[in-house]
Design a protein around this ligand. Structure first.
Ligand code: DX5
Ligand code: ZN
Length: 221
């Protein structure tokens, strides 16, 4: 049976009570904390940086923190996030001048490394770096905001990415981010994803556990 991971995006959490929100969603059954970093340059929005990641670790969060960098340039933030307690660091290949170098940098700092693909970005960026990738993250919305609708042709792209992972023979996570809900998570899993980011679907509901339980029951079918 596939080991599915649910990774709530704290972009939709109440930032005024972030520590409590993260505790609450982990107690509700989340596996991973998805941490969206936006720089108002690579994407048209501005969020949180390494200090907030460190603050969550200092607050006592021990779950894996999945840092999704929507920033350009990328490299200077890698050591800072590693020191701040990131577990996974993913970045958009268009935002790095030297993709192989950035992947190596992340791994040298003891984190798992991944590439993120916008809806119109080709998976061919994987061609020469599959051996350095631990996570492939497909965006099913254009990055920058929570609460957008899932772009349906991402399902075909998931199947293509899953095939690449199978062909590589490596143990690589296939993560999906954007518009993931209870009513589409099963189709997304069937297309090959095994790690699910969900922001508004979880944090916009009063009972986080009810949503995560429903997601898991959809995945168990
Ligand atoms: C968008 C972010 C997502 C976002 C997902 O750029 O990368 O992680 O928070 O939010 P929902 O689940 O609401 O689409
Ligand atoms: Zn994200």
């Amino acid at each position: 049976m596939t080991d599915y991971l649910i990774a709530p995006s704290i972009l939709s959490a109440d930032f005024a009570r972030l520590g409590e929100e993260v505790d609450k969603v982990l107690q509700a059954g989340a596996d991973v904390v998805h941490f969206d970093v936006m720089d108002n340059h690579y994407v048209p929005n501005l969020t949180i940086g390494p200090m907030v990641c460190k603050a969550l670790r200092d607050y006592g969060v021990t779950a894996p923190i999945d840092v999704h960098l929507m920033v350009k340039p990328v490299d200077s933030l890698v050591p800072q996030f590693a020191e701040a307690g990131a577990s996974i660091i993913t970045f958009h290949p268009e935002a790095s001048d030297h993709i192989d170098r950035t992947l190596s940098l992340i791994k040298e700092h003891g984190c798992q490394a991944g590439l993120v693909f916008n809806p119109a970005t080709s998976l061919s960026y994987l061609d020469y770096v599959m051996d350095k990738v631990d996570v492939i993250l497909l965006m099913s919305v254009n990055p920058g905001f929570g609460g957008q609708s899932f772009i349906d042709n991402t399902l075909d792209k998931l199947r293509e990415a899953r095939q690449r992972i199978t062909d590589s023979g490596r143990n690589i996570r296939l993560e999906i981010d954007g518009g993931v809900k209870v009513d589409n998570i099963r189709a997304i899993a069937e297309a090959g994803a095994d790690m699910f980011v969900a922001g508004s679907a979880i944090f916009n509901q009063p009972d986080y556990k009810a949503v995560i339980d429903q997601m898991r029951s959809e995945l168990a079918q």
